[in-house]
Design a protein around this ligand. Structure first.
Ligand code: ZN
Length: 280
């Protein structure tokens, strides 16, 4: 199975993907789900982690139980984003445990989460959009952000760097960032009005991530654009990993909105600052 630059892990028949650079950090636990190892059926087959996609709720809960058991997360300590393609980052702490799981979300627009609470697990959702994970080697704070094209052009990666500086005194040079599985540069075709917003990011040299297509449209490289945004925010290039794993090319392994349409499940990224003796 192709996993790009990510590590393939598996326990009890449930696979999950991790970044080697994050596996090397003793204070962080993180994981990306795949389509495999769950109980959902039909277009949700089979590890759908989205409660709001029309899947049977019992199956989604069972998927969480299996995934959290395999990857080592405490189900009581999950907190969900509330993604709507803006760039609002929320700092969460123990009082937010269970939001989006055992109790309803209390806000509508949260495309990024950050925390330094040990054990609290940040959960964000994907199916082509770009997952950005953050870990601060010095303060041990962690973050997760959802960067679709709107979040990317809104520089949500830089918004997270700024917010982590405000909340945790994080310095860009201490941040390790992972750009997760998402739609790749050969598969993400957009119309001119979208491309023009990226071409306007002049300081990032957009000809490196906006490529004209033969049909008058454009291909966008969201991985490279996010990398440029993060570097412009002060993160050293060597601290940034990119999974280079395209959801659309690997729709057998990953849910892809472009490939499957709206009848599909959701992938999720999980990250927490471990407790002293493990995450749970
Ligand atoms: Zn692709």
């Amino acid at each position: 199975m192709t996993t790009g630059n990510m590590n393939w892990n598996e326990k009890n028949g449930v696979p999950f993907l991790t970044f080697p650079a994050f596996d090397a950090l003793p204070f962080v636990r993180h994981a990306f789900s795949t389509r495999l190892g769950g109980v959902s059926e039909g277009c949700f087959s089979c590890m759908n982690l989205g409660f709001r996609r029309g899947d049977d709720e019992k199956n989604v809960w069972e998927n969480y139980r299996r995934f959290c058991d395999a990857a080592g997360f405490n189900m009581q300590n999950l907190t969900a984003s509330s993604q709507d393609h803006h760039t609002i980052i929320r700092r969460v702490s123990q009082q937010h445990a269970g939001l989006g799981f055992t109790r309803p979300r209390d806000r509508d627009s949260v495309d990024g989460l950050c925390s330094n609470t040990q054990g609290l697990t940040l959960v964000t959702y994907y199916a082509d959009c770009v997952p950005l994970l953050f870990a601060d080697k010095r303060t041990q704070a962690v973050g997760a952000a959802h960067a679709g094209w709107r979040g990317t052009v809104g520089r949500i990666g830089a918004v997270m760097v700024q917010r982590m500086a405000e909340e945790f005194s994080s310095k860009p040079e201490d941040l390790v960032v992972g750009i997760g599985p998402s739609i790749g540069p050969e598969c993400y075709e957009v119309d001119t009005p979208v491309a023009e917003q990226f071409l306007a990011m002049e300081e990032l040299n957009p000809i490196d991530f906006v490529h004209p297509a033969a049909n008058g449209k454009y291909f966008l490289d969201l991985w490279e654009c996010n990398r440029r945004v993060l570097m412009a925010a002060g993160i050293p290039a060597q601290n940034i990993s990119c999974a280079r794993l395209c959801t659309k090319c690997h729709s057998d392994l990953l849910y892809s909105h472009r490939f499957m349409g709206s009848q599909r499940g959701s992938l999720a990224a999980f990250i927490c600052r471990k407790e002293e003796d493990g995450c749970a």
